[in-house]
Design a protein around this ligand. Structure first.
Ligand SMILES: *Cc1c(COP(=O)(O)O)cnc(C)c1O
Length: 462
């Protein structure tokens, strides 16, 4: 080791001395000695590495308190960060799906900081399990006899199968063996639940006689799965739930539908693509219907199963229910969200999912024009900013072809280089509140459908 290197090493301040530095002492008082000593140790090791490799002191060693603050901020920064979702997908699974209504946020805050009546009857009526209050609400909203709440819709499907048809055969149309993103595939879930999948019909056409022919003494369930993320067009045939229910009743076999998203309100009245409604399937006589809490319902991640009391009882008593049940935070958010549905006239204003999905294109265009005016000078000479029509997607297992007319602010690099565009996108991803857009046709698109904090975005981009 050269003498210069040795000299550099000896210039590194000792941890003890740093801890007593007047600029670092208050940081120790605030965050405790454990974390601060550890960070200083890491910094020292890093400085030694730099000296060893480059034979010079790293620049940040000029100001240890400042360098410590930078590392401290990194360490304490939460991994789950709010972002601006300008991707054009309203229910973006990777961005956490539905934004919750204010009433749900209030209910969650209260439930988090307080003891609550989770499984405790104030009137000693012995109503039992934790889903009771929400189940009553769901019965009122859907006409079902009872309900069960689990962690997500994938869990709902698993529990339905395991509790209703253990070790038995479950008949499903070949056209409905869906895969949803993130490893949810009907044949796999079937196996995990201990059921034997019996495929009937063909990819494009399945008839009632196909189900009938497959029924034997080992059949435990007739199941339909909503083909949420694809559609089969052309020469097609599928069996309606009401027909399957009639066959099930004749044969003494229960029926279940995995609806995926489902919607408790008629989407068509809001000018949105039709989505099957759980209450219609209950009216058709389907024994169990499952759907997600954080898709079109607009609530927290949860799986909701509604249906016949005798079968819901079996679900509630199954050991898997204990493993798949939700906590008070989810229940608080879900109950508050569902209560909004008792006042359907208020939904479009108070349920963020519906509010964003129903935002008219001219209103979004106005936002784009305002932002363009205010941001253009900031990007002058580097990017051309334009207001352009675009299409938003509903997302989360809705049909990709069901699109909503929207408006975007687009950024085209004046040097025509993809790298310039990439670096802009990268820069926005590393903002304190990252801005998530979409790269397409040599431009960066900010679909403004989901932008409700215009001022905050302006501040971030300026
Ligand atoms: C989305 C979806 C699921 C999975 O629901 P999660 O709530 O994401 O677990 C299952 N089945 C269908 C048909 C779906 O659309």
């Amino acid at each position: 080791m050269s003498t210069e290197t040795q000299q550099l090493y000896s210039q590194l301040p000792a941890i003890d001395r740093l801890l007593r530095d007047p600029a670092i002492e208050p940081v120790v008082a605030k965050h405790g000695q454990t974390l601060i000593s550890e960070l200083l140790r890491q910094m020292q090791a890093q400085a030694r590495d730099t000296i060893k490799i480059q034979q010079q002191m790293p620049a940040w060693c000029q100001d240890w308190p400042q360098a410590l603050q930078v590392r401290l901020n990194q360490q304490l920064r939460l991994a789950l960060q709010p972002v601006f979702n300008l991707s054009g997908t309203v229910l973006h699974t990777n961005l956490g799906r539905a934004l919750l209504p204010q009433v749900a946020m209030d209910a969650v805050v209260s439930a988090m900081g307080n003891a609550v009546t989770l499984e405790y009857d104030l009137d000693d009526a012995g109503r039992g399990h934790r889903d009771r209050a929400i189940a009553d609400l769901l019965c009122q909203l859907t006409g079902a006899e009872d309900a069960c709440i689990v962690n997500n819709n994938a869990a709902a499907v698993l529990l339905m199968l395991a509790a209703v048809a253990p070790g038995q055969q479950v008949i499903v149309s070949r056209g409905e063996l869906v895969e949803i993103g993130g490893a949810f595939r009907i044949p796999d879930v079937m196996r995990q639940a201990g059921c034997q999948l019996v495929e009937v019909g063909t990819t494009n056409r399945t008839h009632l006689k196909d189900y009938r022919a497959a029924i034997n003494e080992q059949t435990g369930l007739l199941m339909k799965v909503h083909t949420s993320n694809y559609c089969i067009q052309g020469f097609t045939a599928a069996v309606e739930e009401s027909e399957l229910v009639a066959l099930g009743r004749e044969q003494g076999i229960p029926t279940a539908t995995d609806l995926g998203s489902g919607s408790l309100i008629d989407m068509v009245q809001y000018g949105l693509p039709a989505e099957p409604m759980p209450q219609r399937l209950i009216a058709d006589g389907v024994d169990l219907v499952s759907f997600s809490g954080d898709k079109l319902l607009g609530g927290p991640q949860a799986g909701i199963i509604i249906g016949k009391k005798a079968l819901i009882d079996r679900l509630q008593q199954h050991p898997l229910k204990r493993a798949l049940r939700v906590g008070k935070i989810t229940l608080a958010a879900l109950e508050a969200t569902l209560r909004l549905y008792l006042q359907p006239e208020l939904l479009a204003a108070h349920l963020p999912t519906l509010r964003l999905l129903t935002r008219p294109q001219p209103a979004i265009q106005q936002i784009a024009e305002r932002l363009q005016k205010q941001l253009a000078p900031r990007f002058a000479g580097r990017f051309e900013l334009r207001c352009e029509p675009c299409w938003s997607q509903i997302g989360s297992g809705s049909l990709p072809v069901d699109r909503l007319p929207s408006y975007a602010l687009t950024f085209t690099p004046l040097d025509g280089r993809g790298a310039t565009l990439e670096s802009l996108a990268q820069q926005w991803r590393s903002l304190p509140q990252p801005v998530i857009g979409r790269l397409k046709d040599g431009k960066l698109w900010l679909d403004l459908r989901c932008l409700e904090q215009e001022e905050a975005l302006l501040e971030a981009l300026n």
